[in-house]
Design a protein around this ligand. Structure first.
Ligand code: SF4
Length: 414
């Protein structure tokens, strides 16, 4: 991995660690840098000791959205604080969508290359070594910074999948499973793993080892299918690191709160503390329309326990492709998640923001409070809507019952 002094200084400035500590974490495999050597972006570090971050998913489906809408979503994601984005486009226009989004992205950009290899059901039969390696190399050449490769789903897990309530819910995982069963073959991303690693290495592209068997319901959480895949992912992580390719480990999925710690601990154990990248997790199956809150609760717990990168979940999860408004809400929600995790991790700049806002709250400095809040535009709108004066109380308790005011008056006398 090419890491210049300038890159290290950039990371040092945003993460508040000295460069020797950053180097040590990277060399140990506990941290990963997201930046293709062909891209001119600020590198982003992902690791347990560093600030918690979130990824936002974009991309067209064969039935919804278009390139211009996805470009707008990308702008919203970047201007609202997303740390990384992934293009999950599928269907005929996926190549052009990826290329346009990548060109416009000033933050690390990830893909799932199998989506480009399989454009329709007929393509499932056509997966070949050449197609896999050529597609991955093409995306590396274009500048993609990290790629999800579902290489841990093996034939030995198939009997466990049959016992599940919700089977395979990973889109990439389900395509690979169909290829494996219909062709009576092993997972090709596992079979050609060393060739894939050799391609990624040339470009400093990070492999995000995908969890094709992440549970899609709390019933399936932490089951034999998931854990058998995790053990394989652990072996592939060691292999990648030994061959000079940085890794992230993708994680579940639908996990009840009481199982999040076990999942984080198992992932750390099998991958020697590689950076973890979890989807949420979602702590219940029933939050349709509110899955951003569902994912935020799981993400905050997982982040506190050591997950480094959280894949944001939006309110349209399990329902349909997100709209532009959904993306905005998703960003605000996961800004709150990462901020809350970073307070718990003790990052002084993040704690200072809360302390400053609270001191303005005590002095009834409304505009200053709003500026420091998680979504100033919304906070300002609500403040005006709720019949507030800009005085020394608000419409919640009113003048006589304002606790801050009454405390101030009381303390004046002691
Ligand atoms: S009126 Fe109540 S809610 Fe409003 S500022 Fe005073 S204590 Fe806080």
């Amino acid at each position: 991995m090419e890491l210049t002094e300038r890159n290290l200084k950039q990371i040092s400035k945003t993460e508040c660690f000295d460069t020797s500590f950053i180097k040590k974490e990277i060399d140990s495999g506990r941290a990963t840098i997201l930046k293709n050597k062909k891209r001119k972006i600020n590198p982003v570090i992902v690791g347990e000791k560093f600030k918690c971050k979130y990824n936002l998913n974009l991309g067209i489906s064969p039935v919804k959205s278009g390139i211009s809408e996805e470009l707008k979503k990308l702008d919203i994601a970047i201007s609202n604080g997303a740390d990384t984005v992934m293009d999950l486009s599928v269907g005929k226009s996926c190549e052009e969508t990826r290329q346009r989004l990548l060109k416009s992205s000033s933050i690390p950009f990830g893909t799932v290359p199998v989506y480009t290899m399989i454009n329709d059901e007929e393509d499932i039969k056509k997966l070949s070594k050449n197609l896999i390696l050529d597609t991955i190399e093409k995306q590396c050449e274009e500048g993609v910074d990290f790629m999800t490769i579902h290489s841990g789903l093996l034939r030995k897990s198939i009997p466990y999948i049959k016992k599940r309530l919700t089977g395979v819910v990973s889109r990439g995982g389900s395509l690979i499973l169909r290829y494996m069963i219909e062709n009576n073959r092993e997972n090709p991303f596992y079979e050609y793993f060393d060739d894939i690693i050799n391609v990624l290495k040339k470009y400093d592209v990070v492999i995000s080892i995908g969890d094709g068997l992440r549970p899609g319901s709390i019933y399936d959480a932490t089951d034999k299918a998931q854990i058998s895949e995790l053990k394989t992912i652990g072996e592939l992580n060691s292999y990648s690191r030994k061959h000079g390719v940085h890794t992230m480990i993708e994680g579940p999925g639908h996990i009840p709160i009481n199982q999040i710690k076990r999942n984080v601990d198992l992932a750390k154990k099998y991958t020697s503390n590689a950076p973890l990248y979890f989807l949420g997790p979602l702590i219940t199956d029933i939050a349709m329309g509110y899955d951003h809150i569902n994912g935020a609760i799981g993400g905050a717990v997982a982040g506190y326990l050591g997950v480094s990168l959280i894949c944001a979940v939006g309110p349209s999860e399990h329902i349909g492709l997100p709209t532009i408004d959904d993306i905005r809400l998703e960003c605000v929600t996961f800004n709150l998640v990462k901020h809350s995790v970073n307070i718990a991790k003790g990052f002084k700049d993040e704690i200072d923001r809360d302390n400053k806002l609270s001191s303005f709250r005590k002095k009834f400095k409304w505009n200053e409070q709003i500026k420091l809040s998680i979504d100033p535009e919304y906070a300002s709108k609500r403040f005006c809507e709720l019949n507030n004066s800009k005085g020394d109380y608000c419409s919640m308790c009113g003048n006589s019952f304002c606790a801050i005011k009454n405390t101030g008056k009381a303390l004046e006398k002691v």
